[in-house]
Ligand binder design. Structure first.
Ligand code: 1PX
Length: 215
């Protein structure tokens, strides 16, 4: 697994990336947001190939955002705030049905944003779990409370099946490569407020611009 081959890989680093997402005036840097997601996908890949259909979709979306960042209009994509303004001002977003702009930054980031809420709920459950807690149960509860509401039946079904293949809590904690279970719990306690804040800032921005339901 990645965690074994690369001794420097720890979930801590990944979660730290989300720390650098927020600027002083609470703008979200797209570059760091994307880097955080890449780290999460890397972590997910180290859990096994059952999750590769999930990882593939996440990577597709991350790549779309990287292409915007590196494209000729990249300067408008430095923060999520500037991206939203640029794409809306220039009518680069499909607002009611998928048509001319299936790869807008706004709709693409929205999918990752919704997944970030799942992550927040899942990590909070992990943080407060006991040795007997089942990761599959924590994962599906978090999913049912968030992301699943945006997914078609067939995707929910596939996700639900994949959750059963999740390793147990002890293995999960080991793969995070952070230390003892107590250290994992402490790390999650530090990281969660930051993830929450990034989530909330993005949520408010999307709500203000009325783009929480982009097709
Ligand atoms: C310590 C915990 C760290 C775990 C890190 C795991 C990172 C998980 C990354 C999940 C990223 C999922 C992105 C999904 C985006 C999405 O909703 N896409 C759907 C809609 O896209 P569209 O372009 O059609 O509008 C798309 O249909 C998704 C298909 C793939 C299935 C998504 C299932 C998501 C389950 C999320 C839970 C992941 C569980 C991993 C366990 C570690």
């Amino acid at each position: 697994s990645v965690a074994v081959e690369d001794p420097k890989f720890t979930l801590q680093e990944v979660l730290d990336t989300f720390k650098s997402c927020l600027s002083e005036n609470k703008e979200v840097y797209l570059e760091h947001y994307v880097a955080g997601w890449l780290g999460l996908v890397r972590f997910m890949n180290s859990l096994g190939s059952v999750f590769s259909f999930i990882a593939k979709d996440a990577v597709n979306k991350i790549q779309i955002l990287i292409n915007h960042l590196n494209g000729e209009n990249g300067a408008h994509y430095v923060t999520v705030q500037s991206m939203v303004k640029y794409e809306l001002d220039n009518q680069l977003v499909d607002l009611t049905k998928r048509a001319s702009f299936p790869e807008s930054g706004c709709r693409t980031l929205l999918r990752l944003h919704r997944a970030l809420r799942w992550l927040e709920l899942f990590l909070e459950r992990l943080r407060t779990s006991t040795e007997e807690s089942k990761t599959s149960v924590m994962c599906s509860e978090a999913y049912n409370e968030s992301l699943s509401q945006h997914h078609a039946w067939i995707i929910r079904k596939a996700a639900g099946t994949a959750f059963w293949a999740l390793p147990g809590r002890a293995t999960f904690f080991d793969v995070m490569n952070v230390g003892t279970p107590e250290q994992v719990v402490a790390m999650l306690g530090d990281a969660l407020p930051l993830i929450s804040e990034v989530y909330q800032v993005t949520e408010n921005l999307y709500a203000q611009n009325n783009i929480l339901d982009l097709p």
